[in-house]
Design a protein around this ligand. Structure first.
Ligand SMILES: Nc1nc2c(ncn2[C@@H]2O[C@H](COP(=O)(O)OP(=O)(O)O)[C@@H](O)[C@H]2O)c(=O)[nH]1
Ligand SMILES: [Mg+2]
Length: 688
């Protein structure tokens, strides 16, 4: 207990403010940003070496680097500390209001950027659109849907009553014409907690109708998303942190919101509350994790300050988490980080001396295990910050971005840059040919254009027909999978009814369907990647032949890299809760409301079809549409980039010596060659 006086000492804010704490935590992201800087430099040098077309292409690649904003979604139960954690991660304990009433559906996204990025501070709030709002009102959310399907009239009435009460409240807060606000956006150039609270917090419940509505929570019922843009001095790159409201809610409205938020990010941090992690890991949450790749999930066990002896309990919690995930086919080697947003925010705010005695006891207990050896010369604030888990969390995030989305964007840009550099080299070669050799280049500009047009058309048509075939096979497989699941479930239901009769409640898991849908989706993704690779490779062969004619050489001397595979997002939608998952409550009541074997079968089949329709529709159509569009645009961009390079070579072949001076810019041949080589060398290592 000797560290207590240390804590008191550090009650004062850190001499340099919170900046060093945050900067230390961001070491991993900084090295990623340093790599991006190497690529940026190479691209800007490249843009100075070529003609106007090359410059345009290089700027486009630079823009791809600049628009890279890795994104992390925090999910978890209400009150696990997601919002507090985000505040700590941004280094601003008071940024977002914590303890928001669990009723809101708002997803809050923080877009943090380094000051050099020139991001404009601001806030944008989007409201639900009319359809989304109507769906909630009409069907009563998922719970309403389920109640309808169960034939549970009284439940449905209860849900409807709650919803109409909410609607009435919104009317009172926002005025009679509040529906006109639906589908709109509110933009602000500055924001503070009060403003955010107006959109994301629920206000008072207006016990009496006379009371004047407070500003807090004024728009909360109808707000769908909040985007906050801010410049953070310590942030080495753009980073998006998405705060979700929590998966457990009365109307099950937010599960879909959470699923969508996960779909928008490559990385997901599951925030668990330490004292609940042992007893109950929410099943809906486990399903979500199980359907995301393990490299795309980090588990953060928060609130360890509330454990009595973290040093002992944390091992148990870890074991339990691993066990639970294994039972539900989740990741087998999840990365789990333990920490406390409370400690993190207290370190940042310089209020460590206000920590409760229990919290300090837990801290010292955990420090003895986690911060060994405790260096007595270190600033205690720094030690506590480290124990809070934020630096560890950021390191995990940085590692995953570095081998995930970060690697991909670097690779894509590097390959683009290499193709461009080789194009410049080829045009340089052509420009120095003697007139006799130039005369041998017989391809006219019109011919080139026509050949390229045909090539482009053939490549895209070929791709489209391959994709159509892959998609229709995929749709068939999904239909068959759904049907075979339904058949098996029906057989099992019949067997149960015959063996046990109507009185004993039967249970059946939807996980079998999830597995079938997922494996078919993964196969579809692999086929799509292969088709894209094949189309680009075929196009490359034709492009190389055209280029070879242009440089009066053989295509062996030339090289074009094909773009890397597109990313296939995980099929999180299959994780959504369906009636079969609600074993204890809902399912039992459905069962007891049904009479007669025949009715059982018919109603069961209708129920399952209706319940799984959205899940199936999302992965068969919505998700598939998205990735097909992405794959096609990879091919299109490849073709148009190569077209520009070929046209630029052709321009050099045609040009007179004076025009060439113009086209090639000021640098001497030798210098240009050396610069190009050094650019190629520095970029190559990103291309693997
Ligand atoms: N003791 C303790 N309380 C915390 C911690 N993190 C958050 N809280 C508190 O838990 C409540 C809910 O936190 P919040 O961040 O709003 O949780 P969310 O619903 O997951 O966003 C708030 O009162 C927070 O102050 C923590 O690490 N330790
Ligand atoms: Mg929250």
């Amino acid at each position: 207990m000797k560290a207590q006086p240390h804590l008191e000492q550090s009650a004062a804010t850190h001499p340099d403010g919170t900046a060093p704490l945050l900067r230390n935590a961001l070491t991993g992201l900084r090295s990623l940003a340093d790599q991006t800087a190497v690529l940026r430099r190479a691209l800007s040098e490249l843009s100075d070496l070529g003609d106007r077309m090359t410059r345009k292409a290089a700027l486009r690649l630079l823009a791809q680097l600049d628009s890279f904003e890795p994104s992390v979604t925090l999910i978890g139960q209400v009150k696990s500390g997601k919002t507090s954690l985000i505040n700590a991660m941004i280094g601003q304990p008071g940024l977002l209001p914590a303890d928001v009433n669990p009723w809101t559906s708002v997803v809050t996204t923080i877009h943090a950027a380094p000051p050099s990025h020139g991001i404009k501070t601001g806030a944008r709030f989007r409201f639900f659109d009319n359809d989304e709002w109507q769906r909630l009102i009409d069907s009563g959310g998922r719970i309403g849907e389920l109640a309808t399907r169960a034939g549970a009239e009284e439940d449905l009435e209860r849900v409807r009553a709650q919803i109409s009460q909410m609607r009435e409240k919104s009317r009172r807060r926002l005025g009679r014409k509040f529906e006109l606000l639906l589908g709109q956006e509110h933009d602000y150039e500055t924001f503070d907690q009060d403003l955010i609270e107006r959109y994301v917090c629920l206000g008072d419940d207006f016990g009496d109708a006379e009371s004047v509505p407070s500003e807090q929570g004024r728009f909360a019922d109808i707000t769908k998303s909040a985007d906050l843009y801010l410049s953070v001095a310590e942030m080495p790159l753009r980073l998006c942190l998405r705060d979700t409201p929590g998966v457990n809610d009365t109307f099950m409205m937010r599960e879909q919101i959470t699923i969508n938020a996960i779909r928008d990010s490559r990385l997901c941090v599951v925030v668990l509350s330490a004292h609940q992690a042992l007893t109950s890991m929410d099943m809906a949450l486990v399903r979500l994790i199980a359907n995301v790749k393990s490299r795309e999930v980090v588990i953060f066990v928060n609130r360890i300050d509330e454990l009595t002896t973290p040093s002992r309990e944390i091992g148990e919690i870890l074991e339990r988490i691993i066990e639970t995930l294994a039972v539900h086919n989740g990741p087998t080697d999840p990365q789990v980080i333990f920490g406390s947003a409370l400690w993190a925010n207290a370190s940042l705010a310089g209020t460590l001396s206000t920590l409760s005695e229990d919290s300090v006891t837990a801290l010292l207990d955990w420090a003895a295990v986690a911060a060994r050896p405790v260096d007595p010369t270190r600033d205690p604030t720094e030690i506590i910050w480290e124990l809070s888990g934020i630096p560890g969390l950021y390191q995990a995030i940085a590692d995953r971005i570095a081998d995930g989305a970060g690697h991909e964007v670097h690779q894509r840009v590097a390959l683009g840059a290499l193709n461009l550099a080789r194009g410049i080299e080829a045009s340089q070669k052509v420009s120095t040919f003697d007139p006799a050799r130039k005369a041998r280049i017989t391809l006219s500009r019109t011919e080139i254009d026509a050949t390229l047009d045909t090539l482009q058309q053939t490549a895209l048509d070929g791709f489209d027909s391959t994709i159509a075939r892959i998609r229709s096979d995929y749709a068939d497989r999904i239909d068959r999978a759904t049907k075979s699941f339904l058949d098996r479930a029906t057989t099992a239901l019949l067997a149960h009814l015959e063996a046990k009769g109507e009185q004993t409640v039967w249970h059946y898991s939807a996980d079998g369907l999830r597995m079938l849908l997922r494996s078919n989706y993964v196969r579809f993704g692999t086929e799509l990647q292969r088709a894209t690779r094949q189309s680009t490779t075929e196009a490359r062969t034709s492009l190389l032949l055209i280029m070879a004619r242009l440089i009066d050489g053989s295509s062996d001397q030339l090289h074009i890299d094909i773009p890397p595979d597109i990313h296939i997002p995980p099929p999180v939608s299959v994780a959504q809760t369906v009636a079969l998952d609600l074993q204890a409550s809902w399912w039992k009541s459905w069962w007891h409301r049904t009479r007669g074997y025949k009715t059982f079968i018919v109603r069961f089949q209708d129920l399952i079809s209706a319940e799984t329709a959205r899940m199936t529709q999302t992965i068969r159509s919505d998700l598939a549409d998205d990735i097909c569009v992405k794959a096609r645009s990879v091919l299109e961009t490849f073709l148009s980039d190569q077209r520009a390079i070929i046209q630029s070579i052709a321009a050099k072949a045609d040009a007179s010596p004076t025009e060439l001076d113009d086209l090639l810019g000021i640098k001497g041949q030798k210098d240009r060659h050396n610069s190009l080589q050094s650019i190629i060398d520095s970029v190559s290592r990103f291309s693997e």
